[in-house]
Design a binder for this molecule. Sequence first.
Ligand SMILES: [Mg+2]
Length: 470
Amino acid sequence: MPKITGFEIHDVRFPTSLSGDGTDAMNTECDYSSAYVTLKTDTELVGHGMTFTIGRGNDIVCTAIREVANRLVGKETEELFANMGKTWDYMMSDPQLRWIGPEKGVIHIASGAVNNALWDMYARARQKPLWKLVVDFTPEEFVNSVAFRYISDAITKEEALEMLKQKAATKKEREELVREIGYPAYVTSAGWLGYSDEKVARLTKEAVAAGFNHFKMKVGANQANDLRRGKIIRSIIDDPQHLPPGLKPRDPNGPDLKGKNAGPTGAVLMIDANQVWDVPQAIEYVKGLEEIKPWFIEEPTAPDDILGHAAIRKALKPHGIGVATGEHAHNRMVFKQLLQAEAIDVCQIDSCRLAGVSEVLSVLLMAAKYVFIGVPVCPHAGGVGLCEYVIHLSLIDYIAVSGSMERNVLEFVDHLHEHFLNPCSINSKGRYNVPTNPTEGYSIEMHKSSIAEYEWPNGSYWVSAKAGKA
Ligand SMILES: [Mg+2]
């Protein structure tokens, strides 16, 4: 039986601040970065994981990863895999490390990298992509893999088991369907704040031509500019002449689009403020954007402010605009309360801000249980590696947990995929393809050459950039 013998950590940073990619009202000069870890065993078996940051501080996460990963050294892999929920509890309960959390901040995202690496190893050990490993679990095996502590007031293990059993018989049909048509996606790449109007218009036209029909734009730095840019995007996505040949407009009042403020071609616009406002300011600002008909405002205020989100949602409801958040929600308890307080319309889990797959599964179950408030899970992606991760999570949600994908959309940003051995991909209808390689695990293995080039500060790119500056 393989045993974990050690690990390797890399601080990898990509110079995205040079192009304005990833710019929003809060984050103006991001270098998309990966705190990357490879768990090693005494056999060929390895597990890769990472968490995403936006530059400085990536080294701090790498230091925390070392502390968390140390807890797994010497463990038998099969014992860890046999009860991933228990393994997760063990990883999170270092008696000294928990003081610098618990379950938040650097230590939590570092735990996410390590937990994801262990899940990647588990999937590789079974020769299945991660999503397939999980959807093939029996309901009992699934429940044993979940982080359940502190959420039993929202969902118990018994309730989760019952929900999973109800979906089990039809998993195969859903798996076949999504393999054939792909999983719905939306684009953010067209609407970064750092882009000119011309670039936004060009990228929007390209996105429509690629088959997308949900689009997101960054807002919050200047309302007049946002309105102008929003109108440019609306003028393109609402105009049937830009649709790709053979693609017909969708019914804005159909069951998949109803309540999403879709335009005449069935196109949906979302806006994202990345936490810039206070609560009253958020309400006033977004009311002023009613004309561009957003489906939701994402991250209108501080990510920990659950009741603030609830107040914004209540105030914007008469204007037909919803609220989304989650990419900075640091643990499952925040999601529990967002659902309990009916503070959100869309749940945007992040694959490595939550501490890995086990904690994500707990949020998928809670969102499915709160189905009566109708909150689809639309994971956060973009950055580096996040798109590679999240397609697995949405497939688990659709096939095994919620049983639905019609109203979901998974974020897609076309950056930096070339650095991964098994990059995610989009089909001609603007939907994610299903990862099928039995050796790709959680799809997060990075090319060794990319690590050698972009490792900070001594990778070849950064050394020559420094020489150029000097
Ligand atoms: Mg966002």
